[in-house]
Design a protein around this ligand. Structure first.
Ligand SMILES: CC(C)(COP(=O)(O)OP(=O)(O)OC[C@H]1O[C@@H](n2cnc3c(N)ncnc32)[C@H](O)[C@@H]1OP(=O)(O)O)[C@@H](O)C(=O)NCCC(=O)NCCS
Length: 181
């Protein structure tokens, strides 16, 4: 299991106990969570973190902590997850990203996601990686496009974690195949 991935500006590393505080602060920012299910209850936060550890343990990959050397030891989380929902395109591995607000729009999400995806196609030997978000989350699907991921609107889908009629139920799906890298 790799201890870390390096990009020109960033380090993607394993979780440390002192990440809990900046992770909770990021999760408490309504702008970060605007398009995501709320994550405020300390028990839910603990469960979320435990799920990440469990994922690493079971699959040998999962969410990375993103560090900006010399500036910030935690700027967010980016990595690959085996999707735990049953959806029209599962089983599948998704790329996911979440950064603290001071670090938005500097190209960090694309830079870190590229490293995580390269690790997925290289070390993990995956054939395909997907990503999804709500149409209103322009920042997120811009990351997908910048990564060279492709959307087929015919694959838009309703996410079962949101009830019928919920404004965040509809999602767009993007894919990238190893052969496209
Ligand atoms: C999604 C997120 C990780 C993007 O991070 P980021 O570091 O700002 O992204 P980047 O700087 O790498 O930008 C990638 C592209 O998206 C564009 N972009 C970023 N934010 C944007 C926004 N709010 N509106 C429009 N375009 C945006 C950038 O301009 C860039 O495109 P370009 O290369 O053509 O200039 C960040 O906004 C975030 O953490 N949001 C909250 C959590 C979240 O919603 N995660 C996704 C869940 S599906």
């Amino acid at each position: 299991m790799p201890v870390a991935l390096r990009t020109p500006r960033l380090i993607l590393r394993e979780w440390r106990d002192d990440d809990a505080e900046p992770f909770a602060a990021m999760s408490a920012d309504p702008e970060v969570m605007r398009h995501l299910p709320p994550l405020v209850d300390p028990d839910e936060i603990d469960a979320w973190i435990a799920r990440g550890h469990q994922h690493w343990h079971e699959h040998g990959f999962g969410p990375w902590i993103v560090e900006l050397p010399g500036e910030a030891r935690f700027i967010g989380m980016i990595g690959l997850n085996r999707i735990r929902w049953t959806l029209p395109f599962t089983p599948a591995v998704e790329a996911a990203w979440r950064l603290a607000r001071p670090y938005w729009r500097k190209g960090y999400a694309v830079e870190a996601a590229r490293a995580a995806i390269d690790d997925g196609f290289g070390r993990l030997g995956l054939d395909e990686i997907v990503a999804y978000t709500v149409p209103a989350n322009r920042a997120s699907w811009q990351v997908m496009e910048r990564l060279g991921m492709i959307r087929d609107p015919a694959e838009d889908f309703d996410h079962p974690s949101r009830p019928e009629g919920h404004p965040q139920r509809r999602h767009v799906l993007y894919r990238i195949r190893r052969s496209a890298r």
